[in-house]
Design a protein around this ligand. Sequence first.
Ligand code: GMT
Length: 374
Amino acid sequence: MKIGITCYPVRGGSGVVATELGLHLAKRGFEIHFISYNIPFRLQEYIPNLFYHQVEVMNYPLFKYPPYTLTLAAKMAEVARGWGLDIFHVHYAIPHAACAYLAKGIIGEGAPKVITTLHGTDITLVGIDESFKSITEFSINSSDGITTVSRYLKTQTERAFQIAKDMRVVYNFVDTDKFTPRQQACQRSQFATTEEKIIMHISNFRPVKRAEDVVKIFDLVSREIPSKLVLAGDGPDAAKALSLAERLGVKEKVIFLGSQNAVENILPCADIFLLPSQEESFGLAALEALSCGVPVVGYKSGGLVEVVEDGESGFLVKLGDAVAAKDKIVETLRDADKLHYHRQKARERAVNHFNAPDIIKHYISYYEEILNVR
Ligand code: GMT
């Protein structure tokens, strides 16, 4: 099977999922063509069967906004014709589902089937904005197959749009051989002393992540348990979070790493992963933490409840309840047996429910179903 994958190549869950999917499929003998404006950031190894097609956007003085969407659609059509693609698998509806629709129209008969995977903010934040709503709904409905990364996201999509087709839930996945609890991957001593615990948060620091809550919760924890807060990633609210740490007098205990590519080398150092988002359609960073045997603490909100089982692989408290989150963390960190138990449950959760080969099988059978080859 020959599959064209289009995603945002920058850091972010949807790009990670699309890239890992492409890598796994290529290793299984599928022919994979990434089509985007840059090489996806996690696409760092050479693999036979895997190709990358760069989309170049011509600029012109009339263009206030260079029309990337049109160039992408034209490139998708060119690659599909040149390589005989069977499927366009686009990640993140806006604008990729619309580009796939256009590319299909350019090709006409024999065009690849289109599968759109919805990731979250393409529905819950951007897609429902009036400026995008009609085209998002139209492009999703024009896809031959639609998947969502959680049941929650499927429900949200059904609520926000009139979707005429069945949407398949295919959960996100993690490479459990790469994201492991092996502490050799990470030197704890670079972050904390032997007496200190490590709380970690990784995100794009957008408002939906509630980065200030991370600092608030950490401040409460650090009053009861000697600890450090490690922050990785960057984004609009990073400065706000750091200035709150300063105001609360915990800045010295906060280690801000900025954007990092190989988070699998940092995560195993953590004792607790904090993800107190307003809403996650899934929460891929939380899954990567679980796979490293790190219990997750967050809010009972969105799709995170499908990833973390409250009281086992972590704890989910009422949205915005920093004290409840602190209580769960302190309780866990104070008791070595309890921490060990939740660490094991975290790893088990990732291995038993979200292991890459198991989830990728669902994508493959969905491709076959859409192509009618089964
Ligand atoms: O979280 C973001 O702002 C980035 C966004 C993306 O497209 O990369 O993340 C979304 O997709 C991820 C992969 O499926 C999910 O794990 C995230 O939960 C989802 N983000 C939100 O729903 C806020």
